[in-house]
Design a protein around this ligand. Structure first.
Ligand SMILES: [Zn+2]
Length: 265
């Protein structure tokens, strides 16, 4: 069958070609024309091609899951990075998506481990810490040490803070996130741990590498408030003028941020 013939009598949505076109249209960046082209490509290729495509699609969903340690995508229980003993386990880089992890890996400079959140806290969109993999990170830090200091995280005070983030009235949460003095919960977290002589935790630093967007910043701030009081250093990736970039064409916010986060030479 040709595209023209199909288009003449394609009103029937139960038609297998229409079904395939509609399936391809769900892919990102694929419109009607491309979807139709792909469908007819598959139709005109030998059966092995479509069988291989179908098998690969099913296989990726069945076999690829989340790393039990860092939530990276993997077809094993632990991903290659978590299984690599040469990676520095005292350093965890928190990213929004697996693609961000891959981008950092491509630099070849980072030797620590990761934690993939699979989203960002977004009070305005009603996305709270429990909607992404924040708890998993906390559990991971807890598993690193049975210290009392870490157990403070489980106290109701920490949960309260989380619940407040999830409440529907989004504006209040944003204010609570931003107001430095409003965090009674954080202060309560800090108090008991200060009295204890606790050994150093295996994880010493959490680098928050979320994007410099509103949600990225809200997530970074939340993690800093959650982890800093228990003695884990929380740092944020710098953002500024791109290498080789022209100051003249750098946007105002980026330039302001670059000036603000200047470092001594
Ligand atoms: Zn992993």
């Amino acid at each position: 069958m040709t595209v023209e013939q199909w288009q003449r009598d394609s009103a029937d949505t139960a038609d297998p070609i229409t079904r395939l076109v509609n399936a391809f249209r769900k892919l990102p960046g694929v419109g009607e024309r491309t979807a139709t082209r792909l469908a007819f490509f598959v139709l005109n290729e030998p059966e092995e091609v479509s069988r291989e495509l179908a098998d690969a699609l099913v296989d990726v969903k069945e076999r690829v899951g989340l790393c039990e340690e860092c939530c990276n995508l993997t077809n094993h229980s632990r991903c290659a990075i978590c299984s690599d003993p040469r990676r520095d386990s005292s350093l965890i880089c928190v990213v929004e998506r697996t693609q961000d992890l891959r981008a950092i890996e491509r630099t070849g400079d980072y030797r620590g481990r990761y934690h993939v959140l699979h989203g960002l806290i977004s009070p305005l969109d009603g996305v709270g810490p429990d909607d992404i993999y924040v708890r998993k990170l906390v559990t991971r830090l807890q598993n690193c040490s049975a210290d009392l200091e870490v157990q403070q995280l489980q106290k109701p005070s920490a949960d309260l803070e989380v619940q407040q983030l999830q409440k529907p009235s989004a504006d209040v949460e944003v204010q609570q996130l931003q107001k430095p003095s409003a965090d009674v919960e954080v202060q309560q977290l800090q108090k008991p741990s200060a009295d204890l002589d606790v050994p150093r935790l295996p994880v010493e630093e959490v680098i928050v590498a979320t994007s410099p967007s509103v949600d990225g910043e809200a997530t970074a701030l939340y993690l800093q408030r959650l982890l800093d009081p228990i003695g884990i250093r929380v740092s944020r990736i710098a953002s500024g003028v791109p290498i080789g970039g022209d100051l003249e064409y750098t946007d105002r916010v980026t330039l302001a941020r670059a000036l603000e986060q200047r470092r001594e030479m």
